[in-house]
Design a protein around this ligand. Structure first.
Ligand code: DMJ
Length: 597
């Protein structure tokens, strides 16, 4: 150090070395600083140009498992003349490539494609929803080039919204956050976790309400929130359908608010007084007070995934969240006791809503998720949580409800199911009152038990076909098939739980009907009237079609269990998340307990 100081002072005293030193310093200054400042001025005057959403050339997939560069047409036989499950799985992959290709070509940079007009729509935030929803399906189908291209799109996602725009909490969490987390879990690509963390934190203001129940929507930039059409209310499905996503995110990031904010919602549910609604959760809640505002109970649109997420919280956390598990068992028993009915002739088992404890006898396609959840519970719950009697009932209810979901498909002219039906009540349709019509399923089960259990349990036999309207025992209230997944989702779980190949065959029948009626040049279009084969489709292809419907069909036909149900848990948008176990420090820091209710 002393030698260096001596040399510098010598240079400073002599004129020529001093001049060389000054010129060198000036040259270095010009070299390093001037271009940078010019550069930044140039950028300051140039408007920001977003990079292209997709590159010009579509991704090119290398030949896949069965040696096809492109999978065969669904109706084509296997090269050796055998129509195997593997060729059926390939046919679903072909359907996915057709749907995603249409989105990529016509709706790049937007949320969803409009399949009848080759247009696009920004249904949820305009960030490129179909890309995020398709990531894990691409991964499972082995579409690696498509996946890699999509990662490039995700890398550029800022989740930016204009000041007047709001991201709906429920849809953004189950679709975007669920999609990112699942793709991360499958691929391990850290950009996906980074984006999930960004989005998870941007959506947290939705939970900053007086009660902790989520408000409808958030502006991701300002953090401002707003109510939706229910003004001041939270739908019950919205309140719980964030548990899996945020808890897995808390596990991955170590960030406490991700866990605490959503667990506080569960604590409201554990403390709720449900005596008026017979242990069932009302569909609408006051966002400020955290209490129900209605006595309507349902497993349909406003409630569905909330019941699903009780069981799945327990499964996702390595079967440790016994409080959520026990609440699921209590709720599922209440559903079976109060919401299940049988039609008198075909013995169709259906799940309906209650308003002031009276059944409405409506049955929604959305409710066809329930058989899958009941079957999953019957398969996984331990003996100390579910008695043998309860387990048998849960499994029989699952099979019977799935039979009715199938009947709705099989009855229709297109082979596709209506979105909502109302079951006939002969006592209303005839002048004489008929005793025992639309009887509660539980009563029928008790009678069957008492009579020695001969034949199939009530409602579980294959439904008798009824193409004639009069024989159906229901009227269609919503005649459209909206490319929805719930029936094939339950067929998939039942196939894996029971090994009964009928569920696979039915899934194939749904797929063939879909190919015939819903496939159009611009993707797949919802069907307006399931009983009218001639009627034009509806100009929409919701992202859940790629996230859920095609994924469950693909998994149903793939012999290998790509997503083992004991190691993965599907969120309500069919994005699989891996089972994990909390560490001791997480338990301590997050305040996790495993208390039973
Ligand atoms: C999906 O977006 C999700 O499954 C949601 O929970 C309800 N149903 C739609 C598709 O029908």
């Amino acid at each position: 150090m002393a030698v260096a100081l001596l040399d510098l002072s010598t240079i400073a005293r002599r004129p020529i070395p001093r001049l060389i030193a000054i010129v060198t310093i000036l040259a270095l200054f010009v070299f390093f600083f001037v271009p940078n400042s010019l550069e930044s001025k140039r950028f300051a005057n140039t408007p920001y140009v977003r990079p292209p959403f997709f590159p010009d050339h579509p991704p090119h997939e290398r030949p896949q498992r069965h040696g096809h560069l492109r999978p065969p047409h669904p109706h084509a036989k296997h090269p050796h003349g055998v129509d195997t499950w593997a060729t059926r799985a390939d046919a679903v992959k072909d359907a996915f490539l057709h749907a995603y290709g249409a989105y990529r070509e016509h709706a790049s940079g937007h949320d969803e494609v409009l399949p009848l007009t080759n247009g696009s729509v920004d249904s949820f935030n305009g960030w490129g929803l179909t890309v995020v929803e398709s990531l894990d399906t691409m991964w499972l189908m082995g579409l690696r080039s498509h996946f890699d291209e999509a990662i490039g799109v995700v890398a550029n996602m800022t989740f930016h919204l204009e000041p007047h725009a709001y991201a709906p909490f429920f849809e953004t969490i189950i679709r975007y956050l669920g999609g990112l987390l699942s793709a991360y879990a499958l691929s391990g690509d850290s950009i996906l976790l980074a984006r999930a963390d960004d989005l998870g934190s941007m959506m947290l203001p939705a939970l900053e309400t007086r009660s902790g129940l989520p408000i409808y929507a958030v502006n991701t930039v300002s953090g401002k929130t707003k109510y939706g059409w229910t003004s001041g209310k939270t739908l019950w499905a919205e309140a719980l359908s964030c548990q899996l996503e945020y808890k897995y995110l808390a596990y991955l990031t170590g960030r406490k608010p991700y866990y605490r904010k959503v667990e506080d919602i569960m604590q409201i549910m554990y403390a709720a007084n449900l005596t008026k609604t017979q242990d069932l959760f009302p569909t609408v809640w006051d966002t400020v007070r955290g209490t129900p505002t209605t006595d309507v109970v349902s497993v349909g649109a406003f409630a569905d995934s909330a019941y699903e997420y009780m069981l799945k919280q327990w499964l996702l956390t390595g079967r440790s969240d016994t409080q959520a598990r026990n609440l699921y068992v209590r709720s599922a028993n209440a559903i079976i006791s109060h919401l299940l009915f049988l039609t008198p002739n075909r013995r169709l088992l259906y799940v309906t809503d209650l308003s002031t404890n009276k059944p409405t006898h409506t049955f929604e396609h959305l409710s066809c998720f329930l058989p899958g959840v009941l079957a999953l519970g019957a398969k996984t719950l331990p003996a100390d949580a579910l008695s043998p009697h309860e387990r048998a009932r849960h499994l029989a209810a699952a099979q019977g409800l799935a039979q009715t979901c199938w009947a709705l498909y099989a009855d229709a002219q297109t082979g596709l199911a209506p979105d909502e039906v109302v079951m006939h009540r002969p006592a209303q349709n005839s002048s004489t009152s008929v005793a025992g019509v639309n009887m509660p399923w539980e009563d029928a089960m008790d009678e069957w038990d008492a009579a020695g259990r001969g034949g199939a349990a009530p409602g579980t036999a294959d439904p008798v076909s009824a193409r004639r309207l009069d024989d159906r025992e229901y009227d269609m209230r919503k005649r459209s098939w909206l490319l929805r997944p719930e029936a094939v989702e339950s067929f998939y779980v039942l196939w894996r739980v029971t090994g009964d190949v009928r569920w696979r065959e039915r899934g194939w029948a749904v797929f063939e009907a879909m190919e015939k009626t819903a496939r159009v040049a611009g993707g797949y279009a919802s069907v307006m009237d399931v009983d009218d084969v001639e009627r034009a489709g509806k100009n929409e292809m919701p992202s859940y079609f790629l996230a859920e419907t095609l994924k469950y069909l693909y998994l149903l036909f793939t012999d290998e269990e790509l997503i083992p149900l004991d190691r993965w848990v599907f969120n309500t948008e069919a994005h699989p998340l891996p089972v994990f176990e909390w560490t001791d420090w997480e338990r301590e820091m997050y305040g996790i307990n495993s208390m039973s209710i």
